[in-house]
Design a protein around this ligand. Structure first.
Ligand SMILES: [Zn+2]
Length: 550
């Protein structure tokens, strides 16, 4: 006799995020889809079933959705972790924070020794805002190796430091480069700090860190899957993908394996192609996915990062007087991209960190909508960290959504208050309460590997707005736990255009669950980040989180 096609999972509590039926004790699943959530009585009539009780003492909620992260959150664990805060790798091992330039050099020296030869030595997560006025130069990295190229990617992902051999490999070892992305030393040579895509991309490629290399890095894509299960994530983006034919083939193969544990949503980056080519490529990619690979969306980047002083700010600019940041994409390119995307129904996600960048993008959206009217276009501002109340009202009027970078409160909140934007603007950064009050569709994110993948932690940040030093930064912008849980499920699903399929536990949706050991609505809001995650269920298939060997 065949096993029954219906599985009914029993749980201590099921938070469905479906307002019409918010609480349940059982959920019935057939062929990877939810038949219904309710009591056993409600569900038994779906026919012959088997009852799975392994979650009987646990709490289920919809599989968490991370609408802004990168596959490199897995791949980077090939390389030396050089971040200020401790971090946990895909297998659950905790790596200590790296607290001085000498410790950075030592971490890179260990990485070089672990991989002898003449290949590049790479570090990531570097966060010089914690080192005061001291900048990293190529001379510092020459201490790692005078002959091997050495690269050090900043936590923001918007600055890359190289040593002298790295400059040589990238073709930048010369005097007289006149470009804002290349700070020069007294000798007229680049200091080795490369800012923004024009300076970074050739060096990233020369040192083996181009995005294509990442998508095709099987170890990294699998490591990313383990990170996702540990974080309760069942759908995650790769928000800056190159999506060449070879990348797509690699992703199709890996996500086609029945036990690949996360649904990937890679967004094509608008780099190295015209708006017409990029939108056409998205249309072409749309049907090439599978249940666990969703393509056909586009990413555009307007400016840099606030803590790297490369974001574009409206007056009065940076609190410490740093010069305004960098524009990454010309406005005419952005406008044309939006027009073409609206016409072809391609979802566009636009990175804006500074409020001047947000303003420019909103101007471009407004003009594009006049040329190509589009209902329900789901254009999403990614980060949108400094959006003010007037901009939120404009965002609402234009049908735009936001994915706010709540993790910043913890990781850089103290620095934003003291150095980058000052107390007032720091208190309204990532203004979740204002966004919700103005009726703006909202998600929140980690931008992993910029900060660790972990939507429950991100929700904790939006709820508590605590900085690393323990300060509440912006009492008025805190949101409640239910609102935060919605942002990391339905809110994120909405901005990806997938809210009809995922983001809540209800009849007809994918059977994607996050399995918790405690009830996030029953713990104190300050304890939300500590709710233990057992694992996930993706399309009805159970994945237990990997745990480190004792
Ligand atoms: Zn990002």
């Amino acid at each position: 006799m065949n096993a029954p096609a219906v599985t009914i999972f029993a749980a201590r509590r099921i938070l469905t995020l479906n307002p019409a039926r918010p609480d349940a004790t059982h959920v019935a699943v057939r062929d990877g889809r939810i038949l219904g959530a309710g009591t056993l009585d409600d569900l038994a009539a779906w026919g012959p079933h088997r009852i799975d009780t392994r979650f009987a003492d646990r709490v289920l909620m919809p599989g968490l959705v991370e609408a802004h992260c990168h596959l490199s959150a897995g791949s980077f664990w090939h390389h030396a972790y050089c971040g200020w805060f401790e971090a946990t790798d895909p297998d659950g091992r905790v790596w200590p924070g790296v607290r001085s330039l000498d410790e950075v050099v030592a971490a890179l020296q260990r990485a070089a020794a672990a991989r002898p030869g003449d290949g590049p030595v790479i570090g990531w997560g570097f966060d010089p805002i914690y080192f005061g006025a001291q900048r990293c130069s190529r001379a510092d990295l020459d201490r790692v190796s005078p002959s091997r190229p050495v690269g050090l990617l900043h936590a923001s992902g918007h600055i890359f430091n190289v040593n002298t051999a790295g400059l040589q490999r990238s073709g930048f070892a010369r005097v007289g480069i006149d470009h804002p992305g290349f700070p020069l030393g007294a000798d007229g040579w680049p200091t080795g700090e490369l800012k923004g895509p024009e300076a970074m991309m050739p060096a990233l490629a020369a040192l083996g860190l181009d995005r294509s290399a990442l998508s095709q890095d099987e170890w990294g894509v699998r490591a990313f899957g383990r990170l996702a299960v540990r974080a309760g994530v069942t759908t995650a983006t790769d928000l800056m993908a190159s999506l060449t034919d070879a990348d797509v083939a690699a992703l199709q193969r890996l996500t086609g394996e029945p036990d690949y544990p996360v649904r990937l949503v890679p967004l094509l980056r608008l780099i190295g192609m015209t708006p017409a080519q990029a939108v056409a490529r998205c249309v072409e990619l749309r049907p090439q996915g599978n249940e666990r690979l969703r393509m056909g969306r586009l990413k555009v980047v307007a400016d840099g990062s606030i803590q790297g002083f490369t974001a574009r700010l409206l007056p009065p600019g940076y609190f410490n007087g740093a010069p305004n940041g960098l524009w990454y994409t010309p406005p005419e390119t952005m406008r044309e991209t939006f027009v073409r995307a609206f016409r072809d129904g391609v979802g566009v996600h636009t990175h804006t960190n500074g409020d001047e960048a947000t303003q420019l993008v909103l101007d471009c959206v407004e003009q594009a909508l006049r040329e190509a009217p589009a209902a329900d276009h789901r254009l999403t501002l990614q980060h949108a960290q400094l959006v003010n109340a007037a901009q939120f009202r404009r965002i609402k009027a234009l049908g735009v959504g936001v994915n706010l970078f709540a993790n910043h409160h913890y990781y850089w909140g103290d620095q934003h208050r003291a150095i980058t934007v000052g107390p007032e603007r720091a208190e309204r950064m990532n203004a979740c309460a204002t966004a919700l009050r103005e009726g703006v569709p909202m998600a929140i994110h980690s931008d992993a590997p910029v900060t660790p993948l972990g939507p429950l932690f991100t929700a904790w940040c939006a709820v508590n707005r605590l900085t690393a030093s323990g300060r509440v930064l912006g009492q008025a912008e805190r949101i409640g736990v239910p609102e935060a849980l919605r942002a990391i499920t339905l809110g994120a699903a909405y901005c990806l255009g997938l809210d009809h399929e995922i983001g809540s536990i209800e009849c007809g949706k994918r059977a994607d669950f996050c399995v918790l050991d405690e009830d996030p609505l029953a713990v104190a809001p300050e304890a939300l980040k500590d709710v233990p995650i057992w694992g996930t269920v993706l399309g009805g298939r159970v994945f237990e989180a990997p745990r480190p060997a004792p």
